[in-house]
Design a protein around this ligand. Structure first.
Ligand SMILES: [Cu+2]
Length: 248
């Protein structure tokens, strides 16, 4: 079934578990589709007007229908209680320990993705809406000491492989959605809310981030690229960006 779904490469630690749940859901849907489809064809034949000129007002008799419905209900409860809810509590609710993760801010806007890395001090510099301009879409205050080593990028996200990335996701204007199919990550970015999202990339590569929420006329071109580097490549990239972005 997994091959039939044609999913993109699974490149994060929790991806296999998401795929497993998707496979189970698709099996259930497949069984329901075949079941309902054959029942529909049977009913067309069995209750054709030639043999049944007068409608039956009594409806179905027997317990078969209720047994099947109870079966579907049990399958759905099993999927929720034994797969989805445990997955959610271990991968979404349980926040990873702070010390070995890499934290960054992602701020969506019509129609671009802004990325903000805290730099070596681990502190995000002050941002202010008053400082937002086309050159400084995040409104980062470079006079703030914590902002000295901050790195900002537009539509280019870089992360190291094997380290948990914790993204603080927000939006400047309307609801957008951070879609990273290869990481099996999708999270709405909502104005006024900072939503944490985390995942651990397990493969290096370069893929696309798509805005997954219809957010305006140019929604279709609100895309960014994300690169998963080896740790050495990532450090080299950080150094290079820091040197390039130092205030003159
Ligand atoms: Cu968008």
């Amino acid at each position: 079934m997994l091959e039939w779904l044609g999913l993109p490469v699974a490149a994060s630690a929790h991806a296999a578990e998401v795929d497993h749940i998707m496979v189970l859901v698709h099996w259930l849907m497949f069984v329901l589709f075949v079941g309902w489809g054959s029942f529909f064809v049977y009913v067309l034949f069995r209750f054709r007007s030639r043999r049944n000129p007068k409608a039956s007002y009594a409806g179905a008799r027997g317990r078969f229908a209720s047994v099947v419905e109870a079966g579907v209900l049990v399958a759905e409860i099993v999927l929720l209680a034994f797969f989805s809810i445990p997955f959610w509590s271990t991968n979404v609710d349980a926040r990873p320990p702070h010390h070995d993760s890499i934290e960054l801010r992602v701020v969506a806007e019509q129609f671009a993705w802004n990325f903000h890395y805290p730099g070596a001090d681990g502190l995000f510099g002050r941002t202010s809406i008053m400082l937002v301009d086309p050159e400084n879409p995040l409104g980062l205050d470079r006079r703030d000491p914590a902002a000295k080593d901050d790195i900002t990028t537009i539509n280019q996200l870089h992360l190291p492989v094997g380290r948990t990335a914790v993204i603080h996701l927000s939006s400047k204007d309307v609801i957008h959605s951070l879609g990273m199919p290869e990481m099996r990550v999708k999270q709405d970015a909502i104005p006024g809310i900072v939503q944490p999202v985390w995942f651990t990339p397990t493969q290096t590569g370069r893929w696309e981030i798509a805005c997954s929420q219809l957010c305006g006329l140019a929604h279709y071109r609100m895309k960014a690229f994300y690169t998963i580097h080896t740790p050495e490549q990532f450090e080299a990239w950080l150094d290079e960006e820091l040197a390039a972005q130092q205030p003159q």
